[in-house]
Design a protein around this ligand. Structure first.
Ligand SMILES: Nc1ncnc2c1ncn2[C@@H]1O[C@H](COP(=O)(O)OP(=O)(O)OP(=O)(O)O)[C@@H](O)[C@H]1O
Length: 324
């Protein structure tokens, strides 16, 4: 079974929600008939890996990530020479991506419109529009490409999409509870009851400066763009993914919302959790400080550095980014 099998599923929708709704435990609780098929493939979990292999150059990236006191960093995600095409047309979008993310590291991918950033993240979570033609992806030592999208979510990958989907008929609270219990089931833990979950989720709602009434509303239904983004981070906070892929989480956020979301993401970071952010703007990286910044161009990472690379980009544009 594939999580993202619906052609109607927009590439820009939230993967985590989709995974949830496709997985049998969710269908059992939510009454499938109430969930329109376009909304099934959603919620996704992702983890970022610590080290980065830039294809061309590496400019003194900040050292980050978890490591044993005397040992090397622990690799979470390792992407090697990843090539992928659009299934329908066969057009190659990813042309050999290399990336390593260690536990505890924050990575940012920047790049011009259409350079392949979102495609890369969607390929990582198993979006059905794309086919991997070459290369490998290992997550926590396991072959990610062999896993169905929901399995990727279960092993600790979360992805928030540019435009989170709405799920009519399913309350945010029920959705989060189902997702949370599915994750627990996967860890061999018993489910929590709604009352217990309520005490667990309300502090997270407060931390995001969200109105608790959002828990009663249907998932993302009628939410503003910024509210949807906050809701995505709430999902991430509840699911405690080991690698969070955040695709333009800053888009459409007002200044206060950006700070709330960034604060929440920072609050979720532990030495074992990693984040891979896709963004166009330095402002997000000023709140969530990345260990590495990568520049993607035409389906490959052409340069890797630290946040100074994003600053240079802001000042000089992509013309100023030299790969020599
Ligand atoms: N499912 C698809 N069908 C057709 N073309 C696609 C599909 N997915 C990606 N593409 C094309 O692949 C290229 C890379 O798209 P992608 O969304 O990955 O870029 P991006 O770097 O995330 O861009 P942006 O910064 O504008 O979000 C674009 O030319 C896009 O039109």
């Amino acid at each position: 079974m594939t999580l993202l099998t619906h052609s109607s599923a927009s590439p820009s929708t939230s993967l985590a929600a989709r995974s949830f709704l496709r997985a049998p435990p969710f269908r059992a609780h939510v009454a499938p008939s109430t969930i329109p098929s376009p909304f099934r493939p959603r919620l996704l979990r992702l983890r970022a890996s610590p080290r980065v292999k830039a294809t061309l150059t590496v400019d003194s990236p900040t050292t980050g990530g978890a490591s044993s006191p005397n040992g090397p960093p622990i690799v979470l995600l390792e992407v090697k020479d990843l090539k992928a095409v659009i299934k329908e047309s066969g057009q190659e979008i990813l042309r050999g991506v290399n990336l390593i993310i260690n536990e505890g590291e924050i990575h940012a991918i920047m790049g011009k419109n259409g350079s392949g950033k979102s495609t890369f993240s969607k390929v990582l979570v198993g979006h059905p529009d794309y086919e991997v033609t070459e290369g490998s992806v290992s997550f926590k030592g396991q072959n990610l490409l062999d896993m169905e999208p929901e399995e990727r979510s279960h092993v600790g990958l979360f992805m928030s999409f540019q435009s989170p989907v709405e799920i009519p008929g399913v309350s945010n609270f029920d959705f989060l509870l189902m997702a949370f219990n599915a994750r627990r089931r996967n860890k061999g833990l018993p489910p929590v009851e709604p009352l217990e979950f309520y005490s667990l989720v309300t502090p997270k709602v407060a931390a995001l400066n969200m109105n608790p009434k959002f828990l009663d509303r249907n998932v993302n239904e009628g939410f503003s763009g910024g509210e949807k983004k906050r809701n995505e981070i709430l999902q991430l906070a509840v699911l405690e993914a080991e690698l969070a892929i955040l695709d333009e989480i800053d888009s459409g956020l007002d200044v206060d919302a950006l700070q709330d979301v960034a604060k929440a993401v920072n609050g979720l970071l532990t030495p074992n959790n990693s984040v891979l952010m896709i963004t166009h703007y330095l402002r997000l990286l000023e709140y969530i400080n990345p260990n590495y910044v990568h520049i993607m161009e035409d389906g490959i990472i052409i340069k890797t550095g630290d946040v100074s690379l994003a600053k240079q980009l802001e000042k000089e544009g992509y013309r100023g980014i030299s790969v020599s």
